[in-house]
Design a protein around this ligand. Structure first.
Ligand code: AMP
Length: 571
């Protein structure tokens, strides 16, 4: 049996071709979405999915997420006392999905079609294949995500030549692809995107209202508060889509904010974000030399396209209704299963891709000014954006943060995250400057990326012309067959948390996360529930455990929903 897998940055899904159609496979918790998170439990067992996601906050040193961003690089992520390559972490997610599919189908699963972004480079594609191998899967094929979305809508079935656009707005990125289907061959004609634009930005707009409504800016430094605020804003965003209005209350120390808004106000606020959707679309159309009017169809993918304002905008942009009917966060996995079905019938689709682009965003670190003269470090300033056609050379001017600085340090990063700590560091250059007013001490930073994946960074002091250079070679990260065999052995030796008790483990992880967020009597109450549930688990009585798990889950749900228990109220 061949399964189709959407190996996503935040969530992954597996689907199969069954009874003449693609079917999503639920995981051990009954959900189609498995968070792409891996963690190590106290007893050394590996946890994958929701339980690992819950533990990101409570056990950051034992949890990993967002590793898709590092596929194809040599970056290691440390979990407990062991370093993992991104391929290995992906392999653990793939193995969990394989187990889910086997439980669902009642037969062994040995082959998979795995989807990758259209802009993935050769190194990233190789790394994805290795991840499959490490998970015990023969990777039948890597399928481009936009192609998969199109297959889910049956766009390969028409006879004539068709051209369409896939509009994919996920949590943190916006990807546009133009595809052409002709005589059984699907071609990715162009892809463009904005790595700094996604559904999360819409939630951030809502969260920011709390500061306009009475919470002081200083609260931004309180990570716990920011997490609670982000969760409220995320629910409000979904609520706005469903009911056209939403409200929530939040408190920080002695300050209180009441946030209320309706769909119109939200859309007005979101206008700058909505405007940013145009550019990549125009660019993709231009690169593919197609006019919007010549598109046969528009396909929506990514969870954030569930927002009614995005659907309305897409309709206005293209003068037609986009294809809907499938859940946008499920179309890629469904499409992978369609390809699996075609393959099993021995008439799979051919696919071509263009990859003469710089597959990553390349940039440098900058300091941002906050209110009252405070400075925050660690922000990422993209210079060459992902998907830029190569060769390319771009220059940006930067200024020292302080007047008395004697040198400027330019750190070079690759990646798509807002903060440099989440990106891959490629190197750094230092250049001396004369102390003096910052505005007179600019340096020009030029990034040049060529067709061989060579990045050259040149830093030049504008006033004196003095320059320094750094050359970074990419694509260094391939694993040898021996290395793969060694990693496979090491992975096989890991103890994986048993699938049948994962649900209870996830409940505990969720309760531990709540315990850390809450204060006072509410925290104490959660602590007692955790101890009680641990005692019940120790009885090993399945009926007792099942009954208590239901109560435990309901109680946690009530606490999360009930604003009286909300930690920001203070007890
Ligand atoms: P994806 O990367 O495709 O899983 O998309 C994740 C993004 O979709 C996140 O920013 C979510 O907030 C967003 N999203 C998921 N469901 C909804 C919804 N019902 N309304 C608005 N945004 C949603």
């Amino acid at each position: 049996m061949i399964v189709g897998i959407d190996l996503g940055t935040t969530n992954s899904l597996v689907a199969v071709w069954k009874d003449g159609g693609p079917r999503l496979v639920p995981n051990a918790l009954g959900s189609f979405l498995t968070p792409s998170c891996v963690g190590i439990d106290a007893d050394g067992h590996v946890l994958v999915g929701e339980a690992a996601r819950e533990r990101l906050q409570t056990h950051p040193g034992l949890s990993a997420a967002l590793f898709k961003r590092y596929m194809g690089s040599a970056r290691l992520m440390r979990l407990g006392d062991r370093d993992f390559r991104p391929e290995e972490l992906s392999a653990l997610v793939l193995r969990a999905l394989k187990d889910d599919a086997e439980a669902f189908l009642g037969e062994p699963v040995t082959e998979a079609i795995i989807t990758v972004p259209a802009y993935f480079s050769d190194a990233q594609r190789k790394a994805t294949r290795v991840a499959g191998e490490l998970a015990g899967l023969k990777v039948e094929r890597l399928l481009n995500e936009p192609t998969a979305a199109a297959l889910a809508y049956g766009m390969h079935e028409g006879q004539r030549e068709t051209q369409f656009l896939v509009f994919d707005l996920g949590g943190g990125t916006f990807d546009v692809s133009i595809l052409e289907m002709f005589e059984g061959v699907m071609e990715v004609r162009a892809s463009a995107g904005d790595n700094m634009l996604g559904g999360e930005d819409f939630a951030t707009l809502i969260a920011d209202l709390a500061f306009a409504r009475g919470i002081r800016e200083a609260a931004r430094m309180d990570a716990g508060f920011m997490q609670r605020l982000a969760a409220r804003a995320e629910s409000a965003k979904r609520e706005l889509g469903m009911h056209g209005k939403a409200s929530f209350e939040i408190q920080w120390q002695d300050q209180h904010a009441n946030v209320e808004l309706d769909a119109n106000a939200f859309e007005k606020m979101a206008e700058p974000l909505l405007n940013r959707l145009w550019r990549p679309i125009e660019r993709a159309l231009r690169d593919a030399r197609i006019r919007a009017a010549d598109l046969d169809n528009v396909v929506l993918a990514g969870g954030a396209t569930r927002m009614p304002m995005i659907r309305a905008l897409a309709t206005r942009m293209f003068g037609r209704f986009p294809a809907v009917g499938l859940n946008p966060d499920e179309v890629v996995a469904l499409g992978a299963a369609v390809q699996a079905g075609l393959k099993m019938k021995d008439k799979a689709l051919d696919e071509t891709v263009m990859t003469d682009v710089c597959p990553y965003t390349l940039g440098t670190e900058v300091v941002r000014a906050l209110e009252k003269g405070q400075m925050a470090e660690g922000y990422y300033a993209p210079i060459i954006e992902r998907n830029t056609v190569v060769p390319v050379s771009k220059v940006e001017r930067f200024y020292p943060a302080h007047a008395q600085q004697r040198e400027i340090l330019i750190r070079v990063y690759q990646g798509e995250s807002r903060m440099v700590r989440d990106n891959i560091r490629l190197g750094e250059i230092k250049i001396p400057i004369e102390p003096g007013p910052a505005h007179a001490n600019g340096v020009d930073v030029r990034f040049t990326y060529d067709v061989n994946g060579l990045l050259e960074v040149e830093v030049r002091v504008v006033a004196t012309g003095e320059a320094r250079r750094l050359v970074v070679e990419s694509g260094q990260a391939h694993m040898s067959p021996q290395e793969i065999a060694r990693r496979l052995d090491a992975l096989s030796a890991l103890k994986i948390h048993p699938r049948d008790t994962l649900e209870n483990r996830t409940l505990l992880a969720r309760a531990e996360r709540l315990y850390e967020q809450l204060l006072g009597s509410a925290r104490e109450f959660v602590g007692q529930m955790i101890s009680r549930f641990e005692q019940v688990l120790a009885t090993q009585d399945p009926r007792l455990i099942a009954r208590d798990a239901i109560q435990f889950r309901d109680a946690l749900k009530a606490i999360e929903a009930d604003s009286h228990f909300a930690p920001d109220r203070g007890e």
